[in-house]
Ligand binder design. Structure first.
Ligand code: PMP
Length: 401
């Protein structure tokens, strides 16, 4: 049975054994013992590569590697494992869609609609492919609620639109647009949708079939897994249409100096020795997560962000950029530079991020040069909230002098 106990959850994270306060899970999540142990066992006990050698250990490893793919398919309710392509992370997955699927389909004068709330990973690849082809990138602005203004989408979609790129959850505001509505609107004009799930997946893994998502990307390291492993999910017919961008071992069935024939999905899009350790670590994270009540865990993290926001709102000059009841709290203080503040917080042992969060257009739309961002995870505590507030009080005192 799934359950969530804050204390039991926290006890799984060795990195929290020291005295520091970690409020940067939106940048990367800490790793539970299950993941650390699976990675250690892989490097100390495993022998062989995957999909290559005939000896028993290598065959067994291949089985575990492909079982990891099936576990991701179950997480997203993908119809089949072949729709799950291993990548280095979200950034690589989105670039793959831009270069392997969209680029051959773009003509000068075509357009790609991208929301203003996007991380650079879901903007720059579209700007690059537009530059390469003579297409344009059209902005879907945010509204007063800091969410992409979906009511403006119908007016932007036209017969030259080739893709809509939208994040499941902003890494700054924590805002989650209504994906179902955006996808229905885009599909009504025959436009495919790329959803960036880097930030959203740990909070609410989507049902890609129910939402009818065309492409979905996420990174293992934000889901308690290792760095360097991520996923591109795509509908089979779209992945089949993709031109592989990496050629090499294991993506072909036949090769001669006259040419080559590619493997079926998913291997045709995965040339070279893959990140086997990453897959093993991510699989361990997914297995470990199976016992956790993610909804309860999410409510708990949001509660901490609400407490922090309520406490800080009584401090002069505090401004919050938090959307809805997110577990992310982006904020600043009028007249105080975010870099000065975050440096003093680091001195107090409170780890969080300040700056533009790889979302310069969003920051420009919010009218700020940078913010601090405290991201709360289920391993954080009320003491962490107190530590943040106390460290901010101390910093404000120093900076006010
Ligand atoms: N999109 C969003 C919303 C993100 O928060 C991030 C990571 N900060 C990315 C994309 C990129 O993920 P990665 O660096 O793991 O490829």
């Amino acid at each position: 049975m799934k359950a969530f106990s804050p204390a039991r959850f926290r006890a799984q994270f060795p990195a929290l054994a020291d005295a520091g306060v970690y409020l940067d899970s939106a940048a990367t999540a800490l790793k539970p013992t299950a993941v650390i142990e699976a990675s250690r066992q892989f490097y100390s006990l495993s022998a062989g590569n995957v999909h290559r050698s005939q000896f028993a250990e290598a065959q067994q490893l291949t089985g575990r590697y492909e079982a990891g793919r099936a576990a991701v398919a179950r997480l997203l309710n993908a119809p089949e494992s072949e729709s799950v392509i291993w990548t280095r992370g979200t950034t690589e997955a989105i670039n793959m869609v831009a270069q392997c699927w969209l680029r051959p389909r773009l003509q000068p004068g075509d357009n790609i609609i991208v929301s203003e709330a996007e991380h650079h990973a879901n903007l720059v690849p579209w700007l690059m492919v537009a530059q390469q082809t003579g297409a344009t990138v059209v902005k879907l602005p945010i509204g007063p609620d800091r969410l992409p203004a979906l009511e403006q989408l119908p007016a932007l979609l036209n017969d030259r639109t080739r893709l809509l790129a939208l994040g499941q959850m902003s890494n700054v505001t924590g805002g989650c647009p209504d994906l179902a509505r955006a996808i229905t609107l885009a599909h009504a004009t025959g436009v495919k949708v790329m959803v960036d799930g880097a930030q959203g997946v740990v909070h609410c893994p989507p049902d890609v079939q129910q939402l009818d998502i065309d492409f979905y990307a996420f990174s293992g390291h934000k889901l308690y897994g290792p760095t360097g492993i991520g996923v591109l999910y795509g509908k089979r017919e779209l992945l089949e249409e993709m031109t592989p961008w990496l050629g090499g071992g294991k993506m072909i069935v036949r090769v001669s100096f006259d040419g080559f024939d590619t493997q079926p999905l998913p291997w045709r899009l995965e040339a070279g020795t893959p990140n086997v350790a990453g897959v093993i670590g991510l699989s361990a994270a997914l297995e470990w997560l199976q016992d956790i009540d993610l909804t309860e865990a999410e409510n708990y993290s949001r509660g901490l962000a609400t407490l922090a926001e309520a406490a800080l709102s009584s401090r002069p000059g505090f401004r919050s950029f938090r959307c809805q009841d997110s577990s992310l709290l982006a904020f600043d203080f009028d007249g105080i530079h975010h870099s000065d503040l975050v440096t003093l917080l680091a001195e107090s042992g409170v780890a969080l991020r300040a700056g533009q969060h790889c979302a310069q257009p969003l920051l420009a739309a919010l009218g700020v040069s940078g913010t601090l961002r405290a991201s709360f995870a289920p391993y954080n505590t009320r003491q962490d909230v107190d530590a943040l507030v106390n460290a901010i009080d101390r910093a404000l005192e120093i900076l006010g002098d």
